[in-house]
Design a protein around this ligand. Structure first.
Ligand code: UDP
Ligand code: MG
Length: 313
């Protein structure tokens, strides 16, 4: 049996005054229970206020004043869920950090299973939704189409997993070496490697308040996921460029052939059509070549770690 862990729970909050008191109450109960069961040696909660404009921060300050296990950090402006989450993950102390949304959609009971999986050696434990009954038809269909699309362009993703997960200290340290500003955590975490496990839970409805993820933010996240992790769109340009330019060259040869063999060809026709095809072909081919270099620049500028050492003897 491994030592009981020091646990931090990171909760990103954007205008969540309606749910926060209930979230804090439930987290308090959970931490007490975990400590009583001997699952954790110590537990704390870190709320990250992502530039809220309502009463979120004063509430967090209240929790922190009333209870030494509650802590908060306030971002200077609204930076978005992913960055708020990262701010929390990189600031939270402890051997294991669980990230969970403020709105109580994710069943907190799953944290028990996550800790159990962590104790058995999993460095990363993904919370995976069993059913999406609580989501609207539209959200469910778009979300599932999105996961499938990302997988199709080669982004490693955990199906039906959002940002409810446990990360061990080693995984957190590895995460620190990902310096990219366009951050898509759901894609980065599976890339870290390490032993991982999944726990399943039912996702319920938002406890109170409205979704802070309108359609526009969902689309932005979807595009982020593809452009941060996939070179497929750029490679497609190269392939399409190559095919079209081959066809153009063939057409140019055909135009020349018609010009020579058919005395009835309209004068001036070949001299217009041949350069048209040739130029189009050359241009697309060049764009494809440039695309290949852009792919390289793109992966270099992300300056991701080339490897992560898990253990040394
Ligand atoms: N959130 C955030 N910054 C934002 C938008 C959302 O920190 O700009 C937080 C929000 O407070 C919640 C979590 O991210 O804790 C998930 O948001 P929400 O529940 O509204 O998304 P949904 O479940 O509807 O996809
Ligand atoms: Mg939610």
């Amino acid at each position: 049996m491994t030592q009981p862990v020091h646990l931090s729970i990171v909760v990103p909050c954007f205008n969540e005054e309606q749910v926060l008191p209930e979230t804090a109450r439930r987290l308090d109960i959970l931490l007490r229970e975990l400590a009583a069961r001997g699952d954790i040696a110590e537990g704390r909660v870190l709320f990250v206020d992502d530039g809220s404009t309502d009463n979120t921060w004063p509430l967090i300050a209240q929790f922190a004043a009333a209870d030494a296990r509650f802590h908060g950090i306030k971002l200077s402006r609204n930076c978005g869920h992913q960055r708020a989450l990262l701010a929390g993950l990189l600031s939270a102390p402890g051997d294991a950090v669980v990230s969970v949304d403020a709105d109580l959609q994710d069943d907190l009971e799953a944290i028990k299973d996550m800790l159990a999986a962590h104790a058995k050696g999993a460095e990363i434990v993904y919370g995976v939704r069993r059913a999406r009954k609580a989501d609207t038809w539209f959200k469910r269909v778009t979300a599932e189409a999105y996961y499938s699309m990302l997988q199709a362009v080669g982004v490693q993703l955990i199906f039906n997993h959002a940002d409810y997960r446990l990360l061990g200290r080693n995984a957190l340290e590895a995460l620190k070496s990902y310096k990219e500003t366009n951050l898509f955590l759901r894609g980065v975490i599976p890339q870290l490697g390490f032993t991982s496990a999944r726990v399943y839970y039912d996702r319920s409805e938002r406890f109170a308040g409205e979704s802070k993820y309108p359609f526009s933010k969902m689309v932005a996240l979807a595009i982020e996921g593809i452009t941060s992790f996939s070179e497929v769109p750029l490679k497609l340009i190269t392939i399409v460029g190559l095919l079209i330019s081959l066809a153009s060259f063939a057409l140019a040869v055909w135009a020349l052939w018609v010009r020579i063999t058919n005395p009835a060809a309209v004068p001036g026709w070949a001299s217009i059509v041949i350069p048209l095809y040739m130029l189009g072909g050359v241009q697309l081919l060049c764009m494809g070549v440039i695309g290949q270099y852009v792919v390289k620049i793109y992966s270099e500028t992300k300056s991701r770690p080339r490897f992560v050492i898990e253990k040394e003897l």
